[in-house]
Write a protein that binds this ligand. Structure first.
Ligand SMILES: Cc1cc2nc3c(=O)[nH]c(=O)nc-3n(C[C@H](O)[C@H](O)[C@H](O)COP(=O)(O)OP(=O)(O)OC[C@H]3O[C@@H](n4cnc5c(N)ncnc54)[C@H](O)[C@@H]3O)c2cc1C
Ligand code: SF4
Length: 546
């Protein structure tokens, strides 16, 4: 583990006195002026942006990372309370349509330093090798311009830095984790019992929650408020895993700074910096290189809003690829009632999962697959689950009173990338006067078949574990794609190094570059892709950026 500290000292830079934020580090942070031409300006300080910032600051690059949201202080800004945590989400206006419109907001994206990982559930599986060649292997989806082997070393690095705890993982590329698995709560025990009865393999982990102290980060206290920001600092997010090290190495995080446009020199075609609004003032940060990491909806929106006479249809959009192939995972949830008390809230929400159904099964009519994880809705989310079933009034109250007897499983179904599932600009504008994103989404037959198959398996598991009633609701989770990597500019926006085809000093290092999504939660892969891009940038520009 000592190797981690030499690569990323974040966990040791946090205070060791019961508080959660190193205020001195933030106070003493290097601050660049807009007039400085920094080496790299990054838009968005979440999974992809913060990883890139930490890597490049450590390399000695002059880095500024701008985020539209606040620089969170877990002690003063977060509460262990569902209703009080709404401010963590990106709730700016967006328009949705298509045959299966995807509700946007709390279940999709975050706002502020740390990005969506501040309120993510903490589950961090790897993608499988097959995810990188679904077109070649299964005739659906797309092939990545890179392979699993290209990402493997970065998966290992990030798993050590978060760090990840879990049992040895038998699926995909079998591997182990740096920390041993956490003890399992009531919800996970039900899942393990039901799976065992049906001959389904289920394993504990991987969660990005250290099992024990890690640096100055304390042990998890198993109260289940991971989606509310983890006041304890046990759950990993870039706010605690990468930003402290970036600051210690001269990087600047400029919070509450909404980037409105990427500027390009019309003559050279190179990016020159970004326009942003902070404290009500319009400003411009000069930079030799720009990286965008604003999440699947906001990244394509920013590119489309950055049109110019050289790029009249949006930056990097000469081949009409920006905003296309956005994916969500189908995420049905099945709850089961047991006569024993389960108390599903008493643990991190996901703890146990099965990837037995992840790969294409030639015996099935559909391609690709799904994973199953336990999820543990807190009371308000539980009420939404029950209400989505049509229960209201007295019936809803009865289900709520019965909360401690319920257990919940969730599936992640690999919905396929489709060109028509895309972000475009709407006529509606936001408070900065910028056109908002219109996100159009429709499922294909394969997607719908996966949903039904996953629901059947979850209901079977809960029945096998002894449930006397099961209820399933349909929902979506995670968004990736929209500026995907590809072998050439006719099929994507960036190449396999995350460099834009159209603008040589513009990079995209967030979830929008993913060409497929597997049925794994995406954050670890996004961080690994960003770490790889950083490694290639460092190797290719030993004397500074080109
Ligand atoms: C409720 C929930 C649970 C989840 N659970 C899991 C899980 O268990 N495991 C997992 O792997 N994934 C999970 N995810 C998904 C995961 O958090 C995201 O996939 C991941 O964080 C996306 O990384 P990113 O770099 O693309 O964007 P983000 O991490 O969202 O970072 C984008 C940042 O950009 C900023 N930004 C956007 N536009 C601008 C702009 N114009 N100017 C300045 N700043 C801007 C935003 O404020 C934000 O901070 C979950 C997500 C949610 C919402
Ligand atoms: S369960 Fe653990 S990781 Fe989750 S919020 Fe509580 S202390 Fe943090």
């Amino acid at each position: 583990m000592s190797g981690v500290r030499t690569r990323n000292e974040s966990a040791w830079l946090l205070p060791n006195d019961g508080t959660r934020t190193n205020h001195q580090l933030r106070r003493d942070m290097r601050r660049f002026s807009d007039r400085d031409e920094v080496d790299l300006v990054i838009v968005g300080c979440g999974a992809g942006g913060a990883t890139l910032a930490q890597r490049m600051a450590r390399r000695g690059w002059r880095v500024v990372a701008l985020d539209a949201g606040p620089f969170w202080d877990p002690d003063s800004d977060w509460v262990s309370d569902e209703a009080g945590s709404h401010h963590l989400y990106w709730t700016e206006p967006r328009v949705i349509d298509g045959a299966d419109p995807v509700p946007l907001g709390s279940n999709n994206s975050g706002r502020g330093v740390g990005g969506s990982m501040v309120h993510y559930a903490g589950y961090t599986p790897r993608f499988h090798p097959s995810d990188f060649a679904t077109w070649t292997n299964d005739g659906v989806g797309a092939d990545w311009p890179i392979s699993y082997a290209d990402l493997r070393p970065y998966y290992q690095q990030i798993e050590e830095e978060l760090p990840v705890a879990g049992q040895d993982w038998p699926w995909g590329d079998p591997h182990s984790y740096p920390h041993r698995p956490h003890p399992v709560g009531g919800n996970g025990e039900v899942f393990l019992r039901g799976a065992r009865k049906l001959g389904i393999t289920a394993k504990v982990g991987p969660v990005a929650i250290p099992n024990g102290r890690f640096g100055n980060r304390p042990h998890c206290i198993y109260r289940g408020f991971c989606l509310q920001g983890c006041k304890v600092n046990a759950k990993a997010s870039p706010l605690v895993t990468h930003i402290p090290d970036a600051l210690a190495h001269g990087g600047e995080v400029r919070a509450d700074a909404m980037v409105t446009r990427i500027a390009v020199d019309e003559r050279t075609g190179r990016a020159t910096g970004v326009h942003y609004v902070r404290g009500g003032r319009e400003r411009f940060q000069r930079a030799r290189m720009v990286a965008v990491a604003g999440y699947s909806i906001e990244t394509p929106r920013l590119l489309l809003n950055s049109s110019s006479s050289r790029f009249p249809d949006g930056l990097g959009n000469d081949f009409d690829q920006v905003g296309r192939y956005i994916m969500v995972q189908g995420a049905p949830q099945t709850a089961g009632r047991f006569s024993d008390e389960i108390r599903m809230y008493k643990a991190p929400p996901p703890e146990v999962s099965s990837e037995d159904f992840y790969e294409t099964d030639p015996a099935q009519p559909y391609r690709r697959g799904f994973s199953i994880q336990n999820v543990s809705p807190l009371p308000i989310t539980w009420a939404e689950h029950v209400a989505a079933q049509g229960h209201w009034g007295r019936a809803l109250r009865d289900y709520m009173s019965d909360y401690v007897h319920w257990c919940c499983l969730g599936a992640l179904c690999e919905f396929l990338p489709q060109a028509g599932n895309r972000v475009t600009l709407d006529e509606e504008t936001d408070r900065y006067g910028l056109p908002v994103a219109r996100f159009s989404y429709s499922q294909c037959d394969n997607d719908t078949q996966l949903l039904h198959a996953a629901q059947r398996v979850m209901e079977d598991i809960l029945h096998a574990a002894g449930a006397d009633e099961v209820i399933t609701i349909q929902r979506f989770a995670h968004l990736v794609g929209g500026a995907r990597m590809a072998a050439d500019e006719r099929h994507g926006v960036v190449d396999g190094t995350c460099r834009s085809f159209a603008v040589p000093n513009l990079y995209i290092t967030d979830g929008s570059v993913l060409p497929t999504q597997g049925s794994a939660n995406p954050a670890l892969t996004i961080m690994a892709v960003a770490a790889r891009a950083a490694g290639l940038l460092q190797a290719g520009a030993r004397s500074g950026p080109s």
